[in-house]
Design a protein around this ligand. Structure first.
Ligand SMILES: CC(C)=CCC/C(C)=C/CC/C(C)=C/COP(=O)(O)OP(=O)(O)O
Length: 286
C-alpha cells in the first residue's frame, strides 16, 4: 500500500485507499468492548474532564512486525476509535488527539499522503457512529495546509456532529503549540491596533480565548496528558494548555493502547495531588 501510494495520482490513490479500508472496516468486528466502569478511578468526580493523547509509536509497532508504517497508522486509528468510545462511556468530556504535527509535514511524502487520505476516510466513515454516540468532532491546527478533500470532510463532519454533547473529540492536525501561541499574540495585537482592546486589558483569560482550544468552551485545558511509546516529551503539543496537566507516560505503543492502559492512566490520575501551586488542606493546617 505504501509502495502503491508512491506511484499513484492523489485522487486515484485516495479512492484505492478508501476502498481497501472500507472493506477492512466491514470485515472487522474487533471494536474495543465497552465495560462497566469498574474502579474508584472512574467515579465521576475522579474522571479527568479533558484528556489529551500523543498517539506515538505506530511506526515502531509496525516495524516490530516487519510491516510498513501505514499498517501501524491503520491500527493506530483503530486504537483511537476505541479510546474515543471508552472516553465517552466513562464520562470524559473532551479527548484531544495529536494526529499530525506541523513538523510531521517533514516526513516522507508517501507517508504524509497516506495519513491525509486515511485520516479523511477515518472521519468520513465514523461520522454516523460519532453521531449515534453523541460525539462532536472538532479539528484544530492549520486547516488551510490540509489537502482540500480533508478540509471538506472536516467541515462536513464538524457540521454534522455540532449538536452532540457527550464528548468533544478534537483532532489536532497540522498543529503546533508554538504557532497556536504566536497566532493568539497576533490576534491580540490586531485588536489592540484596531483599538478594540488596550494592552492592559490582556490577561490569561483573554489570551486563552485566542487559542485554538478555546473552541471547547468548558474544558479548554487538559487535566491529563498521555503519551505512548516511551518518549518523555510534549513535541510541541498544547504548550500553553498543559501548564497544569497531569502527565502520564507509558511504554505501550499507540496501536496497543487499549482499555487496560487507559484505565491505568486514569487510576494514576486519580492518585495525583493536584495543588496548582497551593498547599493542600492537610499541609496547610500543619
Ligand atoms: C492514529 C494516527 C493515524 C496517528 C497519526 C500518526 C502520527 C503522525 C502521529 C503523530 C503524533 C505526534 C505528532 C507525535 C509526536 O511525535 P513526533 O514523532 O511527531 O515528534 P518527536 O520527533 O518529538 O517524537
Amino acid at each position: 500500500m505504501f509502495q502503491q501510494l508512491r506511484t499513484s495520482s492523489s485522487s486515484s490513490c485516495r479512492a484505492r485507499v478508501a476502498a481497501v479500508f472500507q472493506q477492512r472496516r466491514r470485515a472487522s468486528s474487533d471494536r474495543t468492548p465497552l465495560t462497566a466502569p469498574p474502579a474508584e478511578a472512574l467515579r465521576p468526580e475522579s474522571v479527568p474532564r479533558h484528556v489529551a493523547v500523543v498517539m506515538d509509536g505506530n511506526s515502531r509497532w509496525a516495524r516490530a512486525r516487519g510491516l510498513p508504517p501505514t499498517v501501524g497508522h491503520e491500527h493506530g486509528l483503530r486504537a483511537l476509535e476505541g479510546i474515543a468510545r471508552l472516553s465517552r462511556a466513562w464520562g470524559v468530556r473532551v479527548l484531544t488527539a495529536f494526529a499530525f504535527s506541523h513538523e510531521n509535514w517533514n516526513r516522507p511524502k508517501p507517508e504524509v499522503d497516506f495519513l491525509m487520505v486515511r485520516i479523511q476516510s477515518f472521519i468520513h466513515d465514523n461520522v454516523d457512529d460519532f453521531s449515534s454516540q453523541g460525539i462532536r468532532l472538532r479539528v484544530i491546527g492549520d486547516h488551510a495546509r490540509l489537502p482540500v478533500f480533508l478540509q471538506n470532510t472536516v467541515r462536513e463532519a464538524e457540521e454534522a456532529t455540532k449538536e452532540n454533547s457527550q464528548l468533544d473529540l478534537v483532532l489536532a492536525m497540522s498543529y503546533s503549540g508554538r504557532r497556536d501561541i504566536v497566532q493568539a499574540c497576533r490576534n491580540l495585537a490586531h485588536k489592540v491596533h484596531e483599538k478594540v482592546l488596550r494592552p492592559e486589558d490582556i490577561d490569561e483569560t483573554l489570551f486563552a480565548n485566542e487559542l485554538q482550544t478555546s473552541l471547547t468552551d468548558e474544558f479548554p485545558y487538559p487535566d491529563l496528558l498521555i503519551r505512548t511509546s516511551g518518549e518523555l516529551r510534549l513535541s510541541n503539543f498544547l504548550l500553553w494548555q498543559t501548564a497544569y496537566s497531569e502527565l502520564f507516560f507509558t511504554d505501550t505503543l499507540w496501536p496497543d493502547f487499549g482499555e487496560a492502559d487507559y484505565l491505568e492512566a486514569l487510576r494514576s490520575f486519580h492518585g495525583r495531588d493536584r495543588r496548582f501551586g497551593k498547599r493542600n488542606m492537610i499541609l496547610a493546617q500543619s
